[in-house]
Design a protein around this ligand. Structure first.
Ligand code: MSK
Length: 676
């Protein structure tokens, strides 16, 4: 049967060259195994199906039934007036801006709806409607409460007393949930940005009003016959993107930290080699950690471990894919089995007894792959079901979350004895130190005495650390898996740039051994190596999932507060990058980074090339408004060098481009720096 199927596949489609498809040996082995078993994966499909040449330019409009109107850029380019227009007269700039805006809306919606789910569970906790979740990190709750104007103390008879934690939680929950739909005002968290940045947003009229409204606004204004000014469309992109980065995503991160604990550095491993032949393997995939927190607890319970042993397994091995994986890595040390592009491959090992998926970045083809093995594929989210009949839907409900989790773990254990195919688990896995956050960076690079990012700033000023880069985001089957991620990061750290990572980039770095303190001596320039060795951190700090890009914004804000590097995020020697992006969420992230003043460069392509005027507005025009701008560079070394050039430009502007001797600053020195 496999032979027949293989022949059929070979006739109808080309197959990927495993070595050309990925730099990771485990991935190469599993692509080959899939091909031997006549199971197609994303890597093969990327070879068979080419992208649409007009869609990729961003100039196909399908927003009404007179279209799709296609406005490709002429091969010879445009000389003179650009006369391209759709049936309604929409120009290429309008079409590309509308398409871009709809990507921002979808990305902002995805992050923020995740945030809403977390806020709803947080509300259940505050109302004591669920036994399964608690406020595990009251310190985090107390830290975020003032951002919602929620008092943490109360005065009784002239005495200041700590306020009841339950009361604080309830008030935070109410105000947080209200952020999605309040009728008036602006989002609370915007004021967490440095003051000049907040004031700029206010002056420009881009402060988000509420999270849902900014997404709805984009859908309305990009409807046929509404906003026909690409600059005005981009303005709304900014509102919706800020509602994501400084709204929905930041709320998700904070409330998750309060309920599940803020991450702190821990050791784990990464890659498909974390799966174990003699264990029940459960792979958790998607983005929302609400249920996966319970699955971790259930899988670690003695009762479930004993049950697994009674079925002939030696234990239960959990593994993650994508950002649910990052969430349980950051807080529990559960090792990621791989990045976005490895999701099918985890099943192809033959050792995946259950794959549990929630929302975002989940391939529909998982069901087809699971059909070829014994794997139970379980969907858990009411908005993310699969039509295939081999998929089990166990809908998560926070009121009986542990019961749901135990049911899923038990199902995986019962499935252990049903393994039919020969197993092939790649050996590759690497050690990593993950679990960084704003607080732990402060602890390692600031010192608790001063309670700021003082040491980091000091080392940036003296030139040991040249600057800071946020390198984030997905894999994309149109590029060689992990190659751009790893090449760019190696080039950055070689040039003394400290890297903050999230999402699948973080998993890629872990797989390729860049998340250990020992990495510093091997790959870093002398300045960064010295700093990493002194404080015992990796040169790449894994800050978590996609929504945790908010941690990068807050870390950058802490750098500004610590003094000596300007007054605004736009002043910092910093840059952002998404080398292998694919998700609409990445476009929203890019836009909120740009609007926060960060030079932001994407790899591979951006769907704006068909509208050069609109593209130039994103690449140059926005810098004059926000200080940050978009850029694109597919070549990984040039990509990293562009980031470094921007960092050097900012160093020159700050007057710190000449390396200075390191001095231990006293308070008077610091006050002088702060007035720079
Ligand atoms: S999971 S959005 S592929 S980073 Fe957050 Fe990875 Fe990108 Fe999904």
């Amino acid at each position: 049967m496999a032979e027949e199927q293989k022949e059929k596949v070979a006739k109808t489609q080309k197959m990927a060259d495993p070595v050309a498809a990925s730099i990771d040996v485990a991935t190469q082995q599993m692509i080959k195994r899939a091909q031997d078993l006549a199971i197609d994966t994303v890597f093969d499909r990327a070879v068979t199906m080419r992208p649409c040449n007009i869609g990729i330019q961003g100039t196909c409009c399908k927003n009404c039934a007179m279209g799709p109107c296609r406005l490709p850029l002429p091969k010879a380019g445009i000389e003179g007036e650009d006369t391209r227009k759709g049936l309604c007269g929409a120009t290429a700039n309008t079409v590309a801006a509308r398409n871009f805006a709809r990507m921002v809306a979808a990305g902002s919606a995805a992050h923020s709806d995740h945030g809403r789910s977390v806020a709803e569970v947080f509300m259940s906790v505050a109302r004591k409607e669920t036994e399964d979740y608690k406020i595990k990190d009251p310190g985090k709750l107390l830290a975020i409460a003032p951002n919602f104007d929620v008092a943490t103390t109360v005065e009784v008879d002239g005495e200041v007393l700590d306020r009841d934690l339950d009361e604080i939680a309830l008030e935070v929950a109410e105000k947080a949930l209200n952020e999605w739909g309040k009728a008036e005002g602006e989002l609370y968290y915007l004021k967490r940005a440095p003051e000049p940045l907040y004031e700029r947003w206010k002056k420009l009229g881009v402060l988000p009003r509420n999270i849902d409204r900014e997404v709805v606004d984009i859908m309305h204004r990009t409807h046929m016959g509404v906003d026909q000014d690409y600059k005005n469309i981009v303005k709304q992109c900014t509102r919706a993107a800020l509602a994501d980065g400084w709204g929905g995503s930041m709320l998700a991160t904070d409330l998750q930290d309060a309920m599940f604990g803020a991450p702190s550095p821990l050791q784990s491993e990464a890659n498909l080699g974390i799966m174990k032949e003699d264990h029940v393997n459960i792979i958790i995939h998607g983005h929302e950690p609400i249920l996966s927190e319970m699955i971790v607890a259930a899988a670690q319970s003695q009762e479930m471990i004993d049950y697994a042993k009674s079925k002939g397994a030696r234990g239960i091995q959990l593994g993650g894919i994508c950002c649910t994986g990052n969430e349980i890595l950051q807080r529990h040390g559960v090792p990621p089995a791989g990045t976005f592009l490895q999701q099918e491959l985890a099943i192809i090992t033959g050792a995946c007894d259950a794959m549990v998926v929630d929302v975002q970045c989940v391939f529909q083809n998982l069901a087809n792959v699971a059909k070829c093995f014994h794997t139970k594929l379980v969907t858990t989210h009411p908005m993310a079901k699969m039509e295939q009949d081999n998929v089990v839907h166990i809908e998560f409900d926070e009121h009986h979350a542990m019961e749901d989790a135990r049911r899923i773990v038990k199902m995986a254990i019962d499935n252990f004895e049903n393994r039919e195919q020969e197993l092939m688990i790649p050996k590759q896995k690497a050690v990593q130190i993950a679990g960084f956050g704003v607080e732990s960076i402060e602890y390692h690079l600031g010192g608790t005495f001063r309670g700021s990012y003082y040491t980091l700033n000091d080392n940036i000023i003296n030139g040991r650390v040249r600057g800071v880069a946020g390198v984030v985001g997905c894999n994309n089957a149109r590029t060689r898996h992990n190659e751009a991620h790893i090449t760019i990061i190696k080039e950055l750290i070689k040039n003394d740039v400290l890297v903050l990572s999230t999402g699948c980039n973080g998993i890629a770095c872990a797989m390729h051994g860049l998340l250990t303190p020992e990495t510093a001596a091997v790959y870093c320039g002398p300045g960064l190596a010295e700093v990493c060795e002194t404080v015992g951190i990796p040169p790449v700090l894994h800050l978590g999932s996609c929504v945790d890009n908010s941690r990068i914004l807050l870390a950058a804000t802490e750098v500004v507060k610590a003094g000596g590097l300007g007054r605004d995020l736009r002043d910092l020697p910093a840059a952002g990058s998404a080398p292998e992006w694919m998700s609409e969420k990445a476009i929203s992230i890019g836009q909120y980074f740009v609007a926060s003043g960060v030079y932001t460069i994407f790899g591979h392509h951006l769907p704006v090339e068909g509208a050069p005027v609109f593209r130039d507005y994103l690449f140059d025009g926005l810098e004059k408004i926000y200080g940050g701008m978009w850029d694109l560079e597919p070549d990984p070394i040039k990509h990293a060098q562009k980031m470094i050039a921007h960092i050097d430009k900012k160093r020159r502007e700050l007057g710190i481009d000449k390396a200075r001797e390191r001095v231990l600053m006293d308070m008077a020195d610091r006050q002088r720096l702060e007035s720079v």
